[in-house]
Write a protein that binds this ligand. Structure first.
Ligand code: ADP
Length: 491
């Protein structure tokens, strides 16, 4: 770690345990347990974080419940709440360099990507800061003699359970939950606990009252499951793997608890012969090598029309061979490490599966001779859609290229997946784009672009990719509920 260009402030911060944040202050676990925080680029321990247990969950839920029930946040004037939320984005940007350093260290993501994540979080906060004075109910037509109004109110205590592939981006979701008047308990991934505490400090400094935004550190089985099962938590917003999403939905059913699930994907990236092949190949590389493939929307199934397959594959491979692997601080790095040794093992296992299934390994597939959790960007050609490498989410830099002959075949292959998060369509023909858009069973379709996100634009999946939407006005609906008030009108 000494080789990294870290500021004094970051180095000092790493000396302290990254604790829970409950009722306005950083606290250790009740039983004193901690867990190691590892640098994915070296495997070395860089810090410690608290490891929570059920007693810590109880404590955080009590705090969040109390803050919701005593209306300490939602009773504040809406315009004042807007000011305080907006202050969070200013404070976040003031601390951008420390936050970026901590997230690069913690997640292994490259610093320009983390920079983008900080800006995305700040934009999300600014977007949601505009909502408190604009969330409205309605007055539906009612029978004679009655006046009816429908209020839109907060749900209560929201458990926000998040993954490790962009720790600071979660701050936008926190802002959404706050803008709707809820209290929040954030449980960051155990691999990336560090910046969650800084978010809570920023919120406190911006004037969010104690207990309205708590952070609980710890492992999924303990703290995550503890939040899902706790009767004091009214709704769960989860982003992560399908297996965990299923477990959460099943556990939440016991209390008929509301859940929003943003799960994985195996997104098709479809290239028609009339597309700008250079632009498509560059976007395909970015769509799978970005964040080392550890993004839900990775365009990991690349469907290419047979007539341009050779040319397109050549462009992808030429841009991939010789990419520089390294730590996220090194300006020369093009591909960072995976987040953990478990993730590295998982990706290696899938590369072996791809070979065994008979796909052709066109480039990559090996780990460089260095410490840390690195794997080369890997392209398989001659992939058939029924192969496991085309059906299962790998969450690493592994691209499968599959040929198609007709538009109908492209649709069939694209939809032949348990997932339905997103799709990319590359064509210069508006009619092709229009027909593909209607035929694809995914939550998002990007045409001649990929992985665009913006705070006002809803995002989420269908099928095993989950349900519910994040971002935009859709998330305001997800985070509120309706209350109907009937009033008898006197004669
Ligand atoms: P991955 O396998 O990619 O690490 P997970 O979906 O398991 O992804 O993790 C995403 C988040 O879900 C993390 O914060 C993790 O701690 C949490 N988590 C894991 N298991 C559970 C569970 N059974 N209940 C609730 N949260 C969980």
């Amino acid at each position: 770690m000494n080789k990294y260009p870290l500021s004094e402030a970051t180095r000092n911060r790493l000396q302290q345990t990254f604790g829970h944040f409950i009722d306005g202050e950083i606290v250790p676990s009740i039983n004193g347990e901690t867990m190691d925080v590892l640098d994915p680029a070296s495997g070395e321990r860089i810090a410690r974080a608290s490891a929570g247990a059920r007693a810590d969950v109880d404590r955080a839920v009590r705090s969040a419940r109390r803050s919701f029930d005593d209306r300490s946040w939602r009773s504040i004037d809406p315009l004042e709440r807007e000011r305080r939320i907006r202050t969070m984005s200013r404070l976040l940007l003031d601390q951008k360099s420390m936050i970026t350093e901590l997230d690069v260290l913690d997640s292994g993501l490259i610093s320009w990507y983390v920079d983008f994540c900080v800006d995305f979080a700040a934009n999300g906060i600014d977007y949601y800061a505009g909502w408190p004075s604009k969330i409205e109910g309605s007055i539906p037509p009612a029978p004679e003699g009655f006046s009816v109004r429908v209020e839109r109110e907060p749900i209560g205590v929201i458990g926000l359970i998040t993954p490790w592939n962009g720790p600071i981006t979660v701050f936008g979701s926190v802002a959404a939950a706050l803008a709707t008047g809820n209290s929040v308990i954030l449980k960051p991934a155990e691999q990336t606990p560090m910046t969650a505490v800084l978010m809570a400090e920023i919120a406190a400094e911006a004037g969010i009252p104690p207990g309205v935004f708590n952070v609980l550190q710890g492992r999924g089985q303990e703290v995550g499951a503890g939040l899902v099962e706790h009767p004091g938590v009214d709704a769960i917003s989860f982003t992560g793997s399908v297996a965990t999403g299923k477990a959460i939905q099943a556990a939440a059913a016991g209390q008929v608890k509301r859940v929003t699930l943003e799960l994985g994907g195996k997104s098709p990236f479809i290239v028609f012969p009339d597309a700008d092949l250079e632009a498509a190949a560059a976007a395909a590389r970015m769509a799978v090598w970005g964040a080392s493939g550890q993004v839900c929307t990775a365009g990991s199934r690349v469907l290419v029309h047979r007539s341009v397959q050779a040319e397109f594959t050549k462009l992808v491979i030429e841009g991939t061979e010789g990419m520089t692997l390294g730590d996220g601080f090194d300006a020369a790095t093009q591909v960072g490490p995976l987040v953990s040794s478990e993730q590295l093992e998982r990706v290696r296992k899938y590369i072996a599966i791809g070979r065994d299934e008979g796909a052709t390994l066109a480039v990559g597939g090996a780990s460089p001779d260095r410490s840390g959790y690195f794997i080369e960007p890997t392209v398989f050609t001659d992939v058939k859609n029924e192969m496991r490498i085309a059906q299962e989410e790998i969450f690493g830099p592994v691209m499968s290229i599959l040929p198609f002959d007709t538009e109908a075949e492209a649709v069939r292959i694209a939809n032949d997946s348990l997932y339905g998060l997103a799709a990319g369509v590359w064509t210069t023909d508006l009619d092709t784009a229009g027909r593909m858009t209607s035929a694809l069973r995914t939550g998002t379709v990007w045409i001649n672009s990929y992985q665009m996100v913006y705070p006002s634009i809803p995002y989420g999946g269908v099928k095993l990719s989950g349900h519910g939407r994040n971002l935009g006005a859709a998330s305001i609906e997800e985070l509120t509920q309706l209350k109907t008030v009937w009033t008898k009108v006197g004669e």
